[in-house]
Each structure stands twice: as structure tokens, then as C-alpha cells.
Design a protein around this ligand. Structure first.
Ligand code: 5GP
Ligand code: MN
Length: 330
């Protein structure tokens, strides 16, 4: 049974461990990448042996983060036998990916730090704050609780983690503490202009072409409230894009005026990954992702279905229409 604990308890647990593997979720985003790396910097400051493992390794767009060259793919052999595992930004065991799950479960000591409301706990102990805009906010608290000084390297990782998970301080999850955490990153010496140019004002040619291909196939419901699009493996090849170049495309769908629910369907071999975004009172996690075996947040959620794209889209659309109908009757 996983025990929900305070950040101080988690810090005390971590301080007593060595040979630690820090794990993030599949399709690592800015929060998973930055949060795990910031923990790694803190563990190094404590003189511990530690390694960050992410499914597929560090995404290309986060390769400038300090320490990222030491990040491993969860499937690769580790430089040491890990005795403890800490998962960060991971809402449930399957989100670790197959190799990550094996790695996590093989460790005698296991803990988690997360900010997904749907997290029911993993490992022997876990910290969960569903109000935090990013796991990065909680990692900053963990660094404080460990008594480690926040360095510029840690702050760069944490700023990327926090900023990317709250839509650069614009989503409803952005709270006063989010700005305070960001302010501390600035105080620690980060270059805001350089970091945000890399994050928000630079994209590869492949990513740009992929965006065009996906948006060209946009569909909307007759009332204009639901938008969906497809990302196929052929489009990835035609654009010369990487899988991670999908990040952010679904936002273009939900940002269409009048749209209340957006679905990006991605072909993954025989299965389909759905990226879901919603506007209140619709709830992407509750209304669609969770019933389909996935999860996530109120406004951003996802799931993977073992079926081709078209039936997967139909399944999601049926649930969206049902949720919209339920709303109308209230
Ligand atoms: P994205 O659409 O960007 O892949 O995911 C949006 C959010 O939904 C992520 O922050 C993640 O928490 C959640 N999410 C996406 N896919 C899954 C999934 O298959 N299972 C669960 N539990 N959560 C997911
Ligand atoms: Mn996150």
C-alpha cells in the first residue's frame, strides 16, 4: 500500500537512500524532463549516485537543459544497480512505460512525487499535490526540504518544468506559488529571454511542417464545439518530424473560437493515442480519458486505445457528446 506523506517525509526518505533512479513518464514533456533533472542535480549536491531515466531518453527540445547528457532511456542498461526509485510527474504505474515500470518495481525502495489529481499512489510512499501547476513546483519544495541550495542549473530545469506545464503562466492551474517558484528561478540566475526563446519562439522545420499537415485535416462538429484532427505515421515521415513534435498541436484545436473540446488522434502502430483538451464545465479526464482507461487533468488528458484511429475517434466523440448533453440537462 502506498502511503501519502508530506514533502518533509519524502525528503527524509530520499536523504537516507543512495543509488537512486529518478523516473519520468512516457512521452516526457517539459515537466517530466525538467523535474527529474532538477531532482538529479539536488541528489548530486548531496553526494549521491543517481541517474535520470526517461522513456525514449530526453526529448530533443530539452537537450539544452543542464545535466541532460546524462539522461538515459529507461530501456538502456544502468551504470549501477539502483536501490531506490523516485518517480516524478507520473500519475500511475503504466505511465512509467514497460521498461520504466520494470525498473521501478525492481527497486527495494520506491517513492513518488506528483501533481495529478487522478494519482492513487505508487511506491511505498508518495507526495501528491493536485493543486500544483507542475511537478516542478513540488520539486522546488523537495530541494528546500533536503536543505540543498537552489543552483542556476536546478532553476533552469525547474523553470522549464513549471512554465511548460502551466502554458507559460496562463492556464487555470497557475497559482501564486507558481509565480513565486518562477521568481526564485530568476533569482537563481536563469536567463528568461534565452530559455523562453528556445521553448516558445523556436521550432524545427519538421515540427512546423507536421503542424501544417495535421491542421490541414481539421474537422469540427456542426455546432463548432468539438474539433478533432489526425496525426499519422505517414505525416511524421513526410514532415521529417519526430514523435515528440506532436507536443502542443492539440492546443491549436482547442484554441479555435467556440470549440469546447478538442481531440488529437495519433497513430501508434496498431493503437491510437488520444490527446484531449477541454473547456469547463467539460472535463477531459473525467468525461473521456478515464472512461477510456487513461487519465490526466481537468482540461488536459489522454489515453491510448488498442484500435485504429477512426473507431478511437468515434468512441471519444460519443463520450464528448454525452458529456455535452448531460451539461445541457443540468
Ligand atoms: P498529452 O495530451 O499532452 O499527451 O497529455 C495531457 C495530459 O494527460 C498529460 O499531462 C498526462 O497527465 C495525461 N495523459 C496523457 N495520456 C495519458 C494516459 O494514457 N494515461 C494517463 N493516466 N494520463 C495520460
Ligand atoms: Mn506535469
Amino acid at each position: 500500500m502506498a502511503n501519502r506523506v508530506t514533502i518533509e517525509k519524502l525528503a527524509a526518505w530520499l536523504a537516507a537512500q543512495d543509488d537512486i533512479v529518478v523516473l519520468g513518464h512516457v512521452s516526457p514533456d517539459g515537466d517530466a524532463s525538467g523535474s527529474t533533472l532538477a531532482v538529479w542535480h539536488a541528489l548530486k549536491a548531496l553526494g549521491k549516485r543517481a541517474v535520470v531515466c526517461l522513456p525514449g531518453g530526453i526529448p530533443r527540445m530539452y537537450m539544452d537543459m543542464p545535466g541532460s547528457d546524462g539522461v538515459q532511456d529507461t530501456g538502456d542498461p544502468l551504470p549501477f544497480e539502483p536501490k531506490a526509485a523516485l518517480s516524478v510527474d507520473v500519475s500511475d504505474i503504466p505511465r512509467l512505460g514497460e521498461a520504466g515500470q520494470k525498473l521501478f518495481e525492481a527497486c527495494p525502495a520506491r517513492a513518488a512525487l506528483d501533481h495529478h489529481h487522478t494519482n492513487e499512489g505508487l511506491g511505498q510512499l508518495y507526495v501528491l499535490d493536485g493543486e500544483a501547476a507542475a511537478a516542478g513546483e513540488l520539486v522546488m519544495d523537495l530541494i528546500d526540504a533536503l536543505g540543498v541550495k537552489l543552483t542556476r542549473e536546478m532553476a533552469e530545469c525547474l523553470f522549464i518544468a513549471i512554465s511548460t506545464d502551466c502554458g507559460h503562466f496562463s492556464y487555470s492551474n497557475t497559482r501564486a506559488q507558481t509565480f513565486r517558484a518562477a521568481a526564485r528561478c530568476v533569482e537563481a540566475g536563469i536567463d528568461v529571454a534565452a530559455l523562453t526563446e528556445r521553448l516558445y519562439r523556436t521550432r524545427t522545420r519538421g515540427r512546423t511542417l507536421l503542424l501544417g499537415l495535421v491542421l490541414a485535416g481539421l474537422e469540427t462538429s456542426p455546432d463548432g464545439k468539438i474539433a478533432w484532427a489526425r496525426l499519422t505515421e505517414d505525416m511524421l515521415a513526410a514532415a521529417g518530424a519526430l514523435r515528440e513534435d506532436n507536443e502542443g498541436i492539440v492546443n491549436y484545436l482547442v484554441e479555435i473560437e467556440g470549440v469546447r473540446f478538442a481531440i488529437l488522434a495519433e497513430q501508434r502502430g496498431e493503437s491510437t493515442k488520444l490527446s484531449l483538451r477541454s473547456k469547463p464545465p467539460l472535463n477531459a479526464a473525467r468525461d473521456v480519458a478515464t472512461p477510456l482507461g487513461g487519465g490526466g487533468h481537468e482540461c488536459a488528458a489522454g489515453c491510448t486505445l488498442q484500435m485504429p484511429m477512426e473507431p478511437a475517434i468515434e468512441k471519444a466523440l460519443a463520450l464528448v457528446r454525452e458529456a455535452m448533453g448531460a451539461g445541457n440537462r443540468e
